[in-house]
Write a protein that binds this ligand. Sequence first.
Ligand code: FE
Length: 312
Amino acid sequence: MNYLVFKSLHIISVVTWFAGLFYMPRLFVYFAEAETKNPAEKKILQDQFKIMQRRLWYGITWPSAIAVLIFGSILAAQFWPITQYPWLVLKLGFVALLYAYHIFLHAIFKQQQNNNISFSPLALRVINEISTIFLVAIVFLVVLKNVLSMVYGIVGLFVLVAILMIAIKAYKKIREREEFSMPELKNINNDDWKTKLNEEEYKILRMCGTERPFAGEYYLFFESGIYTCAGCGHELFSSETKYDSGSGWPAFYDVIGTKNIRLIEDQSLGMKRVEVRCSYCDSHLGHVFEDGPRPTGLRYCINSIALKHHKS
Ligand code: FE
């Protein structure tokens, strides 16, 4: 077969390989982000992402990587000895690093398939950008075939990396703001709250009070269902994560979704605590402590009055 046929096959396999290398870390990010969902949602999402990962990795990415190796070797043989072509030596260096990156992604793939998470979603977003850097470096080198141009290329690369890092950080900030921003409070002002809530509810939800321990309605209540905010009806906790902490207040080791609550550092009463509020109406719910049971290790210590139970 002639050289151009192999070159075409090589380019096709490079394109499909990169498609896998670009999309795979996205699936890692989605998998890691699903960690914050409630247990039922998390299982459904993560099981689905694992199927997608397996199909993409074994169906497209690995076969393409092997095809690149075969067709690339056939093409490189035409340039023997390759030391006559410094640009090709450098390019093969980048390709070797790209295979190392592929093996690194394989390790993350294996971890996630076994439900282990060792990288945060932000770290995975950064890892996701590595393929872009390889793509830019290799394409410039192959098209220009000039190592000197690579100096400019590499400078450009660093600028690109810096821009990507800034963009990732900015994106994270925007997402965090979205997650924790307080939506419209439906124009409820303080007087409205006084008429909407009874005296005790007002004291706890709007004035950050605490009910007496061992006295609340839900302290020793373990019926299955969903707990919503007594102020606005927003879903907050599931009975699946409720347990008896012995503290005298209802305790949960997880929330339905991190977007459903807002955490605020609370320095009142001479203690450093983390206050838990409803993210929708900003009502005070209780506090969260780091002495809860597995898997989260958290104890959401919530006033019964701030909750309304709904049977499932
Ligand atoms: Fe609320």
